[in-house]
Design a protein around this ligand. Sequence first.
Ligand SMILES: C[S@@+](CC[C@H](N)C(=O)[O-])C[C@H]1O[C@@H](n2cnc3c(N)ncnc32)[C@H](O)[C@@H]1O
Length: 258
Amino acid sequence: MTLAQDEGTKRWDNNAEQWHRLFGENDLNRRDLLDPMILQILGDVKGKRILDAGCGDGYLCRKLARLGASITGVELSKKMLSFAVEEQKRDPLSISYHNADCSSLPFLTAFTFDIVVTNNVIQDLADYQGAFAEFSRLLKPGGTYLHIANHPCFMTPVWGWVRDEKGQRLHRKVDYYFNRGPFLCPWGPRSGMEPTVYWHRTLGDIINELLSCGFRIKRVIEPEPPEAWRTEHHERMDGARIPDFLVLVCDKIADKDQ
Ligand SMILES: C[S@@+](CC[C@H](N)C(=O)[O-])C[C@H]1O[C@@H](n2cnc3c(N)ncnc32)[C@H](O)[C@@H]1O
């Protein structure tokens, strides 16, 4: 099996139904860690033109459109996108959806977006350099790129919790950090999702590529679990001893390689 973009997309097609069922408003990471942070960083989005690259089933597109933004959602998995399109028919909002690879978006015009968001997408795509170059091309000068991804320092080609004989987490195993490229990343056994193709890059690869595409990184966030998880979601608290996500808030200050 070749772990190329097509294989990744096929696996997202296969997982689409489960993803749509499991990762809605009540998902704890969305509800407590990521959504409030996204809304706080983006501020008032009314009238803003936003690209949600790798928009999945359109979850974030709908949230931002309801706040008055005009959204373009791009997604490569037809099955994931079908949930977005179905919802758009049922409850139309200011969103246009495209089945496309966000590393190549020739049908979108340069310098027309205020904001680009990738909400846990970059680790799922093969050509991150192409994607960053496209985001830089599409953003207006001074526009924002909000990069949210699995943390590349803690989710490496060999990773996972080492547990004692009772199943308690002892520590996190992280290895082969410099083995760049795709590997199969399992989901929890109860999720019913098949492993997805995850493209590992180092933190330096990601930061240096953003800089060469004309971005300035103005904030780095490693979301921490809220105190409430200690009592209400103890199991999650234990799993959140190290950060799952890396968030980079970037401004476009130049065109690629200027
Ligand atoms: C973890 S899901 C996140 C989906 C969505 N952003 C969300 O928050 O619900 C990753 C998504 O990225 C999409 N994806 C992967 N590679 C892509 C590419 N090259 N272009 C567009 N979408 C891609 C997958 O099909 C999948 O829907």
